[in-house]
Design a protein around this ligand. Structure first.
Ligand code: CTP
Length: 396
């Protein structure tokens, strides 16, 4: 039986080489609990087989508008049952059809007969993308309220390089799921810290930790999906910036503190996800310290606690802390929440969390504890943000 909360999309494939990415896209959407009904144009079947798409989506693929089994009404029935239609890849030719309201095959008819949103992921050669006719058609789609996903710039199947490349399956899945999120944080400002910090010891060495920044970036992404304005103060990471976030790159804890101080005044929510170094070298050397047979003593000074500073401001934003513990998780997390006066703290085991793609969180608030079971970090971040919204709404 269909769960009412489950989103249902029609994934339409048209005839472009990027059609292979649609297989992975279907898989990722299904993994996130989305029901996927695939529809393909005749041309798409030359690039990827309907059997592949059927096996991945678990449903027969719609191709032929003259198929007798649906009484000739597949275009109406399918679009009525969908929460959105996503065309990926969308060729220049199919975009032209959409812009002009043509309906000469099942997929284009389905788009014309729809009563749900239409999302289009263009995929074509850079010259075709730049062509005035395509640009006119794209502008028309935007005027018609169609949501564009990409394209991006990069290497193309024809060997050229430029704009027109379809987004990767992960990016499309992220954008499609974001499209469905109710914009509960619209008009709100979320300030976040993420990643490790690096405290120099000399010109080439320093103190840091194994934080990858993945959890912080996932929380930034979850806040963006909810319509928030996101300011991400990030220590050194190798991650792609969440699209739409304002990012301030910092290195040391002191720089992170300065950036937070500068932006905290108009923040509605502050989330400290960064693994901030607790100490820094008292006197970092400007030059590389040379090796010698003598014992080397390094003197360290404690860094200021950024989260505690924000939580103790006269009018603090809603503050969320993280706790990375290697033992006695509950005990340490509760003590940390109390010491820093936080309405909410998310605790995790450092050895499981740091650098990993998946994690498990325990949320601590005034009502007690709430376990967010093992999942990828974006799923956890979305659940965390829902909890933040619930607590914040209860407070105001
Ligand atoms: N934090 C911070 N500034 C610091 C240290 C920590 O803002 N100088 C924040 C982290 O971003 C996190 C929370 O405080 O949200 C807890 O960080 P954690 O490293 O788990 O704990 P510490 O407070 O540093 O305590 P300890 O290292 O003793 O566990």
């Amino acid at each position: 039986m269909r769960q009412e909360s489950r989103k249902r999309i029609v994934l339409g494939l048209t005839g472009g080489i990027a059609a292979y990415k649609a297989a992975e896209l279907a898989r990722l959407l299904m993994k996130q609990g989305v029901e996927v009904q695939v529809a393909m144009t005749e041309a798409a079947c030359h690039f990827i087989t309907p059997a592949t798409m059927q096996a991945l989506s678990g449903r027969p693929v719609l191709i032929n508008q003259w198929d007798a089994s649906s009484n000739g009404m597949a275009h109406i029935n399918t679009s009525r049952a969908a929460d959105a239609i996503v065309i990926a890849p969308a060729t220049a030719d199919f975009i032209a059809k959409l812009a002009h309201g043509l309906a000469d095959d099942l997929l284009s008819t389905l788009c014309l007969a729809r009563d749900c949103p239409l999302l289009v992921a263009p995929a074509m050669n850079r010259q075709m993308w730049a062509n005035a006719a395509t640009q006119r058609n794209i502008a028309q789609l935007e005027r018609d309220g169609v949501t564009l996903l990409g394209p991006c710039s990069g290497a193309q199947a024809c060997g050229e390089e430029g704009m027109g490349r379809m987004l990767e399956a992960e990016e499309l899945a992220r954008d499609i799921l974001a499209f469905f999120q109710p914009k509960l944080l619209s008009g709100m400002k979320v300030l976040l810290t993420a990643g490790p910090t690096y405290e120099a010891i000399d010109a080439v060495r320093g103190i840091t930790n194994r934080s990858s920044g993945k959890m912080g970036y996932a929380v930034a992404q979850a806040a963006l999906e909810l319509g928030a304005q996101v300011m991400l103060v990030s220590g050194p990471t190798a991650l792609a910036r969440p699209q739409g976030a304002q990012v301030v790159d910092v290195t040391s804890a002191a720089e992170m503190f300065d950036a937070v101080k500068q932006h905290v005044a108009d923040a509605d929510i502050f989330i400290g996800v960064a693994a901030v170094a607790d100490y820094r070298a008292t006197q970092p050397s400007g030059q590389k310290i040379k090796k010698s047979a003598d014992k080397l003593t390094l003197e360290l000074l404690p860094n200021l606690d950024i989260l505690a500073y924000v939580a103790n401001l006269p009018k603090p934003p809603f503050c969320v802390g993280f706790a990375a513990e290697s033992e006695n998780l509950r005990e340490h997390a509760k003590a940390k929440r109390k010491a820093k006066k936080l309405p909410l703290l998310a605790a995790n085991l450092a050895q499981q969390a740091i650098g990993a793609d998946e994690n498990e969180l325990i949320l601590f608030d005034d009502a007690g504890e709430h376990v967010l079971p093992r999942a990828d970090k974006l799923t956890l971040a979305r659940a965390l943000m829902q909890h933040v919204i619930k607590l914040r709404n209860a407070k105001i």
